[in-house]
Design a protein around this ligand. Sequence first.
Ligand code: CMC
Length: 380
Amino acid sequence: MTTKDDIQLNRGLQGVYFDRTETTFIDGKEGILEYRGYSIHELAKHSNFEETSYLLLYGALPTQAQLKEFEAELKASRNLPEQVLDVIEIVKDSHPMDVLRTAVSTLASFDPDRSDNSPEGTFRKGVRLTSQFATIVMAHHRIRRGKDPIAPSDSLSHAANFLYMLEGKVPTPETAELMDRDFVIHADHGSNASAFTARVVASTNADLHGAVTAGIAALSGPSHGGAAENVMQMAQEIGEPENAAQYVKNLLAAKERVMGFGHRVYKAEDPRARHLREGVRKLSEEKGEPKWYAILEAVVEEMKPYARRGIHVNVDFFAGVVYHLNGIPQDLFVPIFAVGRVPGWTIQVVEQYRHNILIRPLLVYTGTHDRPYVPIAERG
Ligand code: CMC
């Protein structure tokens, strides 16, 4: 019999490799992130969300014709079935992540490839979901304020259309570009909690909608996707840059965590963070609210000693302020992360199907044995 002493226990699956991937490479020690062999820095600078999604899904950068076709496919999926809008109306008072989860689960019933778990069918569903996520988030935000959803525009990019659906205003090219970059850097990230969850679901041969619905639930917690919301709350509590140092000191003295810092994998700076830093600086000046950038930088300054322990800013640190300055309320921050992550979840589900093995780890039992069953009438 295997004894507890023979077992190598890896709580939180820390440091455990459970499969292979050809999609995303991460070197946490060096702070390297690549999609399909392309550095995130190259993609953040030169690519856009549509092209990066294609790259993630199909493994190569598209030709012009392929990109055109892919963009048309995405645009054709921007509208939601009426029934899904009705469901959103029913659950509109829940947190937007819960609404997103419910709406995505409902969408399964209306998808023409519902019962098709082939890679082709899953790609088609993934492309539709990529567009539908954006519409759900903004439609819900309108509906909960008693307004009609803004119909998606098919003359705009994914990122510009997303912002457009907030109030019906076409964003400036700079603002759309920053949103686009945010989606690019969030598009995939190895075996994080939500992608792992999606893979676990897919490993039972359940469908993409099921896997992605579970992924949304995993992403909703503050240790994963929720940090951008908490960073913004922190910045608001700090209020002015000169309060930042004391605020951080108090937090750390109370053994609490500074949101937007630390990462399970990155022990160097999260390579995604820098692509929003400059954008936050420019945007906060452009909007006449430079204090947000100054507050974040003051927090970074105060956290400098923690770099020695491998605690640096992560992707969520600057993201919250970008959204805030675009007039997006805090409870939509995690859903925005989800909007960017659909291509990553999709390709990971396809990878799981392609070389499937049921994901079924083990638990070390630490309870008691051989307890005699006492009938209910005899229990004290
Ligand atoms: N502020 C202060 N101390 C921290 C922080 C932080 N943000 N993060 C980790 N530590 C400390 C922690 O207190 C612990 O110290 P000690 O060894 O003295 O007990 C040590 O670092 C290791 O922490 P851990 O929780 O064992 O490390 P982990 O790898 O499980 O944590 C994390 C990863 C993301 C859950 C954690 O860093 C955290 O809670 N950060 C704040 C939330 C956040 O920003 N989350 C977004 C993650 S990035 C988005 C994504 O990719 O999903």
